[in-house]
Ligand binder design. Structure first.
Ligand code: PEP
Ligand code: CO
Length: 462
């Protein structure tokens, strides 16, 4: 039924690909399940469960990403490093949505561009790890790989890879998705009422007055336009949110990879926008093989050790038809490395005539360990990497079309610095992440304001 599709793109399936062809390739970061029959029973159930998103939404997002690659939109992708089943409750979900809505309002207002909002949520339950095992007091157990795989508690029962968690992951993603959709449909994202998005704990934030002024200016413009039009402008009553996660556990992703009646090919219906993490982007590896054949817009994290030649081959594998919106490259180099590592990659792709969407993740190259083994990130490094990213793209003649952030609406103290200048002594106060440190509300909003200033949209504070 191709005639129903309005997006441009390839109309052929990837040669030699099937939803399970990844299985023949070298696999990285996959859980080891002790009982193959138990795994198969869980996967059989998963294959029958309804999908979490639709192919229509996926193709709509692909068009938005194509626009962003052309500079007509800006992408804000953000959320937890890892969601947890315990945090699948109302406040963390709605607070994360509030932060992202506020940030996107700042970006829309300052950049004068529509923003594509993509959450790292409703499926961000699996984590790549640097070691397979963890040893404490002489006891060695499998490491924690995210709630989709095992439990974080340090005992043999929790750390066992449990296939039932694949089903719970699907269920928790569905519950999250359901709540997000209900909030959005119910008017939570209505631009007429940005006060809905205030977080109770930030009343006295130093950034509030700048943000308030902006909200007021937007409210005035909206009322002005409505006066001109003589009616309420309905389309400002809702905004769209898309979902994304690192598609790491391939058994899970495969079980949700489906064909649909009105579109050709295969879609990963567990999320709109899956990405390949830095540790699983090997050219001949299972993840690249799996991603090659799905029709979703896809992303890959690009670290400082990737060479221009490797990148070109990766792009050729994942996007052989140079399809608009198909491929996003998320660079995550670190503040110190970006100026050296990024230009050759940008230049190589530019010379090849490719125009993927480039997004900067200023988080994952800037993780460090401070006093007593606490993982943190310095706001100044995050900010510096993002600053450099804009400059490097401008110098090469490519475009930075978005940011990828780890953030939360909870009052955490996980990253150092920012508007309240959090110090190492503050980290212990509210450090909740089981994995990477996240920006809190103020740090996130400050970063959005910095992006706008960098692009010449707002005046620097006096
Ligand atoms: C992540 O996004 O949480 C992550 C592990 O990133 P990367 O693959 O870039 O290290
Ligand atoms: Co992370």
């Amino acid at each position: 039924m191709r005639s129903l599709e309005r997006n441009i793109g390839p109309v052929r399936e990837a040669a030699g690909w099937s939803p399970s062809s990844w299985y023949e390739r070298p696999q990285q970061q996959q859980p080891v399940y002790a009982d193959a029959k138990e795994l198969e029973r869980a996967l059989a159930q998963l294959r029958e469960l309804p999908p979490l998103v639709t192919s229509w939404e996926i193709l709509a997002l692909k068009r938005l990403i194509a626009d962003a690659a052309e500079g007509k939109r800006f992408v804000l992708q953000g959320g937890d490093c890892a969601e947890s089943f315990d945090d699948c409750s109302s406040p963390p979900i709605s607070n994360r949505l509030k932060v992202m809505l506020q940030m996107s309002l700042v970006l829309v207002h300052g950049l004068r561009l529509p923003v594509v909002r993509i959450g790292r949520f409703a499926g961000q339950y699996a984590k790549p790890r640097s070691a397979d095992t963890e040893t404490r007091d002489g006891v060695t157990l499998p490491c924690y790989r995210g709630d989709l795989v095992n439990g974080v508690a340090f005992d043999a029962q929790s750390r066992r890879a449990d296939p039932q968690r694949l089903l719970r992951g699907h269920a928790h993603s569905a519950m999250t998705m359901n709540f997000v959709r209900a909030l959005i449909d119910g008017g939570f994202a209505d631009l007429h009422h940005p006060e809905y998005w205030d977080l109770a704990w930030v009343e006295h934030s130093p950034l509030q007055s700048e943000y308030r002024q902006m909200v007021e200016a937007i409210g005035n413009s909206l009322r002005f336009m409505e006066t001109l039009a003589g009616e309420s402008i309905g389309s400002y009553q809702r905004v769209d949110f898309y979902t994304s996660h690192e598609a790491l556990v391939l058994h899970y992703e495969q079980a949700l990879t489906r064909q649909v009646p009105r579109h050709w090919g295969w879609f990963n219906l567990s999320t709109h926008f899956p990405w390949i993490g830095m540790r699983t982007a090997q050219l001949d590896g299972a993840h690249v093989e799996y991603f090659r054949g799905i029709r979703n817009p896809v992303a890959v994290k690009i670290g400082p050790s990737v060479t221009p030649d490797q990148l070109l081959r990766l792009v050729e594998l994942l996007d052989p038809d140079n399809e608009p919106g198909r491929l996003t490259l998320i660079h995550r180099m670190g503040a110190e490395k970006i100026e050296k590592a990024l230009p050759p990659l940008l230049a190589a792709l530019k010379a090849s005539g490719r125009k993927p969407l480039w997004i900067c993740d200023p988080m994952h190259g800037n993780t460090e360990t401070v006093g007593g083994g606490v993982k943190t990130r310095r706001f100044q490094n995050i900010r510096a990497e993002l600053d450099h990213a804009f400059d490097v793209h401008a110098a090469v003649g490519t475009r930075l079309g978005g940011v990828h952030l780890e953030l939360t609406g909870e009052n955490v103290t996980e990253c150092l610095g920012g508007a309240r200048d959090l110090t190492e002594a503050d980290l212990a106060r509210a450090y909740k992440s089981q994995v990477d440190p996240r920006l809190n509300y103020e740090q996130s909003l400050e970063l959005a304001m910095l992006i706008v200033r960098k692009r010449g949209g707002l005046q620097a504070p006096r």
